[in-house]
Ligand binder design. Structure first.
Ligand SMILES: Cc1ncc(COP(=O)(O)O)c(C=O)c1O
Length: 354
């Protein structure tokens, strides 16, 4: 029987890490994970059932995801050689760091932002550095560039729109970063379908730009599909570290269908945007609440009353609690749900804040 010191074998940077934690509810209204509240269309579900027995699940998936890349190329106008599919865009964040940073080197991001940039960096033994957002959750390129240069950052991650604040940063400031930063700028456009804004065109002029997108927010969170658009040269390097068959057969097939027949998803996006505007209006009527503008499928708000998150949770409404971040005391993030879910949320919120 072996009884070795397991923790003694674990790398120090991993021991220090706190795992990315997401609360969950078995039942209730889940408005915490920025998912699409609507299931795939009946038409797509029927196609999946019909197709399942022809998918040869005993075989490995297409390692190059050719059909999915063609669908993405057709929608974005980029070359298939520029595209890499990830098991969620999270995977691509890790690959970028793996390819571009040696141990101990720096990656940067604004703060507050998506937690996985920092967690992934630390897990790889890199140094995460942040530059603070101002009170409008925006930044100025000048001071950000100073930090990037001083810290010799190799990569800067810009969530556009930003999770969890919900807004798009000023285009002008991002443009200046793209033009002046001597490293890779990753525009993480996971919520682009809701913002309608992108820096994709800039890739024609600047070779230091990478765009990440996700299908998790528009209906396929359970299948884990994200993609990156890279300068071809960089895509070739990322492909060297990409795990073989990282995107499975079912995910590739369903994602291809969804992108090639986008109308029903587009209708869902419109409904989510309508509901977002309604929820914004309703939330701003609460005297104790400050609502922040959103270009996403979620809204950040601050409630001056304590304990709202737990009270909502006890009543079956799960939001994302951001209070542990020093800049986000009493802040909650609500994902836009169906009209019914949003009404349930608003009703409970009225009860717990009254
Ligand atoms: C800004 C941002 N980037 C990336 C991701 C990861 O998305 P995926 O599900 O594609 O891994 C998320 C998920 O919440 C996100 O908010």
């Amino acid at each position: 029987m072996s009884q070795i010191d397991l923790m003694g074998l674990v790398r120090a940077n991993v021991k220090e890490l706190k795992a990315y934690q997401v609360e969950n509810l078995d039942e209730g209204t889940k408005l915490h994970a920025n998912e699409n509240p609507y299931p795939p269309s009946q038409e797509l579900l029927d196609k999946i059932f019909q197709r399942l027995d022809k998918l040869e699940l005993n075989r490995y998936p297409d390692p190059d995801c050719r059909n999915l890349k063609k669908a993405i190329a057709a929608r974005t106008g980029v070359l298939t050689e520029q595209i890499i599919i990830g098991n969620g865009s999270d995977e691509l964040i890790q690959y970028l760091m793996q390819v571009l940073c040696n141990e101990g080197e720096t990656i940067a991001f604004p703060d507050p932002t998506f937690a996985m940039y920092g967690i992934t960096a630390q897990g790889l033994g890199l140094k995460p550095v942040s530059f603070p957002l101002n009170d409008n959750w925006d930044f100025k390129a000048g001071p950000a560039l100073e930090i990037l240069t001083e810290q010799k950052a190799r990569l800067v991650f810009i969530s556009y729109p930003n999770n969890p604040t919900g807004n798009c940063f000023s285009d002008q400031e991002i443009q200046q970063i793209i033009e002046q930063f001597e490293g890779i700028v990753v525009l993480d456009e996971a919520y682009q379908d809701f913002s309608g804004k992108t820096f994709l065109k800039q890739m024609e002029k600047h070779n230091n730009l990478v765009i990440l997108r996700s299908l998790s927010k528009i209906g396929l969170a359970g299948l884990r599909v994200g993609y990156g658009i890279f300068p071809t040269l960089l895509a070739e390097q990322v492909n060297k570290v990409r795990l073989p068959y990282n995107s499975n057969t079912v995910s590739q097939w369903v994602a291809t269908e969804l992108l090639n027949n986008f109308t029903s998803v587009q209708n869902q996006i419109h409904s989510i945007l309508d509901e977002r505007n309604r929820l914004m209006d309703e939330l701003s009527k609460f005297p104790s609440i400050t609502v922040y503008p959103s270009n996403s499928n979620f809204i950040l708000f601050r409630d001056s009353k304590d304990g709202v998150f737990n009270k909502l949770k006890e009543n079956g409404i799960l939001l994302r609690n951001l209070s542990s971040h020093p800049r986000l005391k009493n802040c909650l993030r609500v994902t836009i749900g169906t009209k019914q879910e949003n009404d349930q949320f608003l009703n409970q919120l009225r009860k717990v804040t009254s």
